[in-house]
Design a protein around this ligand. Structure first.
Ligand SMILES: Nc1ncnc2c1ncn2[C@@H]1O[C@H](COP(=O)(O)OP(=O)(O)OP(=O)(O)O)[C@@H](O)[C@H]1O
Length: 641
């Protein structure tokens, strides 16, 4: 009869564990960096990932990023060590109980006492381990979430900046292979990529490192390696049909799980594109809802509900169809994974029980075999279980990368060459404009406007007036020529027909594109009164959806208020008085002339009444032809027909 002896020397285990943690951390760090570098070079998605967010790990502030990553890796390694220690503690507890019960059964007092002592000691060890386990989990959660949040904030800033840079958000509509829903990519895909949880949005409740793809994989591998040696030591020889299979439990388990993983990968492969389409169709449906909300008034006037409903149904149908296929795949995938995980549960007992009955091992060994077996199998199955999370993750990287590429292509599109003018003048040299299908809208045009000059651009609908303004504003890529103009901040303003109304209070609306607070309230109030909006002067603090509250005519008056506040040297106006009556139009043009006498004004207008405010007319005649003439008698005309 043997007395109870613990599996580990618990008295010196702290130092042994610290040493193990330090060594394992160093090895894991080296291997992880190596593997990630290979993925970044050899796989498409790795290269895409690096292009989207590589700068976070190499740019300014990288020291902090790597320290945080190192801390997260440390947490993973400590987690694995704790579960190894738990498995030894569990072994001790059960074996101590076994010895104590055997001591009672055979009336052996020293044996009973050693078992009893072993049992209480193992419970005490459990308390220490449990406290360390809880502390680690909490720290892990907090560290990981803070890391993900900081990364998300950085990447959101980078991608919104990239999207706005060079007017890519506008010009990307002209590239080959346009992309859908950049808003969804920035708002949701960045969350997926930075949190590393797969397709779902990240929440603090998602947990710590163990659920993420990277650290989950590191944890799975480290724990498999650690428990493999335990299982190896506990495995015995199995005799099948007269042949001996040494370390049977280890080998059988390994082969079983490898086969299970290969099959799961085959079943799960389509989940990658099903997840991709799921996001895409949902985003398209959501966008249609947002458009309906934005155009609610126009739709309501038209009584367009039936058409809208049909349109929404048409967009929702692919969501349902794709989801059904996604669901069927997921059920098949889960069916396989669940069957595999359940059918393997009895295996370690089946293999080890005969050895227990033959007194080759103790009850605790049997139990530790099962738990080590379970750890290895769940480590290996991490990769197959995380397959759809990985699919969603990869889909998010693909979408973010497509956004970055689209932004770049949009910036590379041609545009009119813009040069700063020496004096306050505007000159056009050979400016030519075409439609995307190469139809000429404007044959090469040369033009000069000096301080205080005014030009009205007229012509039939569709002749290219707005497109000419788009070209001069460097928005339209199907154009050539040179524009010389004042290029300082806000020295040249372009105003579209309906001015943009930002979210926020009226102060922000009137001050736009200047920063809110850059103009004092008294000036704002006076300007509102000047542009015939005295009823708004006392509502500067009001936060409303002003685009819906202000009438088109009021919005156009706000646009004139912005001109008076910004005081540009040149202003291009596209039908900026189309919603105003002639009296108001007269008053506003007069105001601009008296307050900003030196400003060059170029207006696109259909109205004959607009002529009186301008000194020259550029008439677009269709098919690229144009006529430039002074509006004062006696001056020569220029033609290009
Ligand atoms: N994004 C686009 N893709 C293809 N064709 C376009 C695009 N934008 C404008 N066009 C075409 O270019 C031509 C000129 O359009 P533009 O809006 O400049 O005309 P306009 O003279 O301002 O008309 P209106 O007086 O009705 O406002 C039109 O035939 C229009 O269909």
């Amino acid at each position: 009869m043997e007395l109870f002896t613990p599996t580990l020397d618990w008295g010196s285990e702290l130092w042994a564990s610290l040493e193990w943690i330090a060594t394992t951390w160093a090895i894991a760090a080296l291997c992880t960096v190596g593997v990630l570098a290979l993925i970044g070079r050899l796989t498409t998605w790795g290269r895409q990932f690096w292009r989207v967010t590589g700068a976070y790990f190499t740019g300014p502030g990288r020291g902090r990023v790597w320290v945080r990553l190192g801390a997260l890796l440390l947490s993973v390694v400590v987690g694995v060590r704790l579960s190894v220690l738990f498995s030894y503690q569990g072994n001790d507890m059960l074996s101590a109980l076994q010895v104590a019960v055997q001591g009672v059964a055979v009336g052996n007092a020293p044996m009973r006492a050693s078992g009893e002592r072993g049992f209480w000691t193992s419970l005490l060890i459990f308390c220490v381990l449990a406290a360390a386990h809880i502390a680690r989990l909490l720290l892990d959660l907090s560290l990981l979430q803070r890391f993900a949040l900081a990364w998300r904030a950085w990447l959101t800033d980078r991608l919104t900046g990239d999207w706005l840079d060079g007017r890519a958000y506008y010009r990307s509509r002209f590239i080959d292979g346009t992309i859908d829903n950049p808003d969804q990519r920035i708002q949701s895909d960045i969350d997926v990529v930075t949190a590393g949880y797969g397709p779902l949005p990240n929440l603090p409740s998602n947990g710590g490192t163990s659920g993420t793809l990277l650290f989950g994989a590191i944890s799975a591998i480290t724990s498999m390696v650690s428990f493999t040696s335990i299982l190896w030591n506990l495995s015995g020889t199995l005799t099948v049909l007269g042949a001996d299979l040494p370390k049977a439990m280890f080998w059988i388990g390994l082969v079983y799980v490898l086969i299970a993983t290969v099959v799961a990968f085959r079943i799960g492969k389509p989940i990658i594109w099903l997840a991709f389409r799921n996001e895409k169709y949902n985003a398209a449906f959501r966008y249609a809802l947002v458009r309906l909300r934005d155009a609610a008034e126009a739709v309501a006037f038209y009584r367009g509900e039936v058409a809208e409903r049909a349109g929404l149904r048409r967009l929702f149908a692919p969501v349902v169809a794709n989801y059904k296929r996604y669901l069927n795949r997921t059920v098949g995938f889960n069916a396989w994974n669940l069957t595999i995980s359940q059918s393997i549960v009895p295996l370690p007992y089946l293999l080890q029980a005969p050895r227990l009955f033959a007194a080759e091992i103790r009850l605790g060994d049997l139990n530790q075999s099962a738990s080590a077996f379970n750890e290895i199998q769940s480590g290996l199955s991490f990769f197959r279980n995380a397959y759809d999370a990985f699919a969603g993750y990869r889909a998010a990287i693909i979408r973010l990368h497509a956004l970055v590429v689209a932004d770049e292509q949009a910036r590379a599109l041609p545009e009119v060459t813009t040069l700063p003018s020496a004096g306050d003048e505007v000159r056009l040299h050979g400016v030519e404009v075409r439609t995307p299908d190469a139809r000429q809208l404007l044959q090469p045009l040369d033009l000069r406007l000096g301080t205080g000059d005014t030009l009205v651009v007229s012509g039939p609908s569709g002749s290219g007036k707005t497109t000419l303004l788009r070209s001069l504003a460097e928005l339209w890529p199907f154009t050539t020529g040179t524009l010389v103009r004042p290029c300082g901040p806000n020295e040249t303003m372009f105003l579209s027909q309906l001015p943009y109304v930002p979210l926020g209070d009226l102060r922000a609306v009137v001050t736009y594109p200047g920063e809110e607070g850059s103009v004092d309230d008294k000036t704002l109030r006076d300007t509102l009164c000047e542009v015939a909006l005295p009823h708004l002067a006392d509502r500067l603090d009001e936060v409303q959806d002003w685009a819906k509250v202000l009438s088109p005519g009021e919005q156009q008056r706000v646009a004139f208020a912005r001109i008076l506040l910004t005081r540009p040297k040149v202003v291009f106006l596209d039908e900026s008085t189309s919603a105003l009556n002639e009296d108001l139009e007269f008053r506003l043009y007069r105001l601009v002339r008296t307050e900003l006498p030196g400003t060059i004004v170029v207006s696109v207008s259909h109205r004959s009444t607009a002529m009186q405010h301008h000194t020259q007319e550029l008439e677009l005649l269709g098919d690229g032809g144009w006529r430039l003439r002074p509006l004062k008698d006696g001056e020569p005309e220029t033609y290009r027909l």
